[in-house]
Design a protein around this ligand. Structure first.
Ligand code: HEM
Length: 169
């Protein structure tokens, strides 16, 4: 069991570090740089979200974190049966996991919205029509909303994972 725990913890923490670290870098540094560099930035974003393996790597890392985390929870709680689940650590890890799953769903929607924006932008022949402008505005608002939900949930999940073991109630 010890080797299995070590393997699961390594898988969980390594993929979690990659997933949350890349999301933080994207939200706080790459997105502002993309906005500041207008067309060049949009081209870069379109490429990284739809042509590179970045989105697949993020979803893969998120899923691996969640699956390894669920197995760890299953071991810690004796197959979801022990009193540990109703104590501080059990509740803390469960709330953290819930935030992580919401973050995963929001993260899954980001490249899909990015692809829809790219498809719409490709239809522009010269300046966009008022209808195209409205569609792009709606897609941009959706992108801003899901990116914010994604980053808040991943930060909350990380905080809870870091402290859950020490919660006493
Ligand atoms: C569905 C998602 C998740 C589930 C079900 C989950 C579950 C768990 C469980 C049960 C543990 C305790 C493992 C043990 O007893 O050794 C744990 C630890 C940990 N998790 Fe998660 N987790 C999830 C997401 C995340 C995310 C997004 C991160 C962010 C990086 C993360 C980082 C950590 C870390 C660093 C630990 C070690 C904490 C310690 O040893 O006190 N987890 N996780």
């Amino acid at each position: 069991m010890t080797y299995w725990m070590i393997f699961l913890r390594l898988a969980h923490i390594f993929t979690g570090v990659f997933w949350v670290g890349a999301a933080l870098a994207m939200y706080f540094f790459i997105n502002p740089a993309v906005r500041a560099t207008a067309e060049a930035g949009q081209k870069f974003m379109g490429h990284i979200l739809t042509q590179s393996r970045f989105s697949a790597a993020m979803i893969g890392a998120g899923l691996t974190t969640a699956i390894a985390g669920t197995l760890l929870y299953w071991i810690d709680s004796d197959g979801f049966t022990s009193a540990w689940m109703m104590a501080g650590p059990g509740i803390g890890f469960a709330i953290g996991a819930t935030f992580a799953v919401i973050g995963l769903v929001a993260g899954y929607m980001i490249p899909r919205t990015g692809a829809a924006m790219g498809k719409l932008a490709a239809q522009f022949k010269g300046p966009p029509t008022p209808e195209q402008q409205a569609q792009m505005g709606a897609l941009s608002s959706r992108m801003a909303m899901i990116s914010t939900v994604n980053i808040i949930c991943l930060i909350a999940a990380t905080v809870l994972m870091a402290v859950a073991r020490y919660l006493r109630f």
